[in-house]
Design a protein around this ligand. Sequence first.
Ligand SMILES: NC(=O)c1ccc[n+]([C@@H]2O[C@H](COP(=O)([O-])OP(=O)(O)OC[C@H]3O[C@@H](n4cnc5c(N)ncnc54)[C@H](O)[C@@H]3O)[C@@H](O)[C@H]2O)c1
Length: 381
Amino acid sequence: MKTHRIGIIMNGVTGRMGTNQHLVRSILAIREQGGVRVNPGETIMPEPLLVGRNEHKLKKLADAHGGLPYTTDVAAALADDQWPVYFDAQTTLRRYEAVRQAIAAGKHIYCEKPTAMTSADGMELHRLAEAAGIKHGVVQDKLWLPGLLKLKHLIDTGFFGRILSVRGDFGYWVFPGEHQPAQRPSWNYKNAEGGGILYDMLCHWRYVIDNLFGNVTGLTCLAAVHVPRRWDEAGQPYDADAEDAAYSTFTTDQGIICHFNSSWCTRVRRDDLLTIQVDGMAGSAVAGLRDCRIQSDAMTPKPVWNPDIPSPIDFREGWALMPDTCEYDNAFKAQWELFLRHLVLDEPFRWTLKEGAKGVQLAELGHESWKKRAWVDVPGL
Ligand SMILES: NC(=O)c1ccc[n+]([C@@H]2O[C@H](COP(=O)([O-])OP(=O)(O)OC[C@H]3O[C@@H](n4cnc5c(N)ncnc54)[C@H](O)[C@@H]3O)[C@@H](O)[C@H]2O)c1
């Protein structure tokens, strides 16, 4: 058995995403399953190097997982050929500079979204990566959620007929932090620290829409700072000046209208934290993170407006739950495995820094639309 060992510098690994999704549920899960088996005689084995500022936190994380190597010296890690890949899940403001330095050091790049705070910087990273001849990828995890894979199957097999519109509803109540701790980091609510739900979520909606419903051509976006005072990790109050909700409508080159609500100020009474309803001439579907419910034209009830009587139709009844026809892996892990295959086998990998820059562009234009209170076109990058 030939094993391709791939050393990965994991910066920002002590954070929420770094630890849970990327280290534990992706890289360590891949190691526990014996690597990525690419054929009967070959395996790819990722070898993480934990990197961060706080030695104590790194040691604790490293020890919790069997004594992984760690360092606070990013420059030394970048200079060491033992680690050919640089992964970044630091807070957003630090990404551009960190990834730029890693490209300059000749590392392959895999990183979280947003890749930068401006599309110009995002595209600059793409150009630098291409010029350096390195391989690169950006996390677009939602594409591998079971619910979205089911939607893709419905699209590919023509279930919807002509698709008319899409309604995405994302969000949940993030506690302000006064009476109980908030469940998201405080930097998310501060502009000066790269927060705001537009940068957080429009990056996702860009690749979800581009990949499923056609390239985004325009948008209108209204955002809001609904909760201007929040309490941080130390229990201290602060002014939350970054938008905590965004109401956006997108058009695509397939003529599909996609409306997405993104909110940290809403209480959930829907099937999941994210639901996406797709309405087509031949049928409709509502996908959550894992499940997807469908209603074909023939199963569609015929409602008549009459608020004077209780509804004679149970609208939730007329939907069928799509079965799981395969095993679904963690979405982040699924994309990591494809990136590792891309590195070793040179298999195609479309989720590049350029695609990441498109996500940043949508967030940027969301801000522009909000500020101008106007429709904004999305130019090609
Ligand atoms: N793909 C997704 O679904 C998804 C979900 C949430 C967050 N994210 C992205 O992941 C990134 C991290 O988000 P998070 O929620 O894990 O944040 P977090 O605050 O939990 O973690 C941030 C990490 O960056 C490090 N860091 C912060 N400031 C630093 C500094 N000045 N110098 C060096 N390191 C510093 C922290 O130590 C920590 O390791 C963000 O860019 C965010 O947009 C992606």
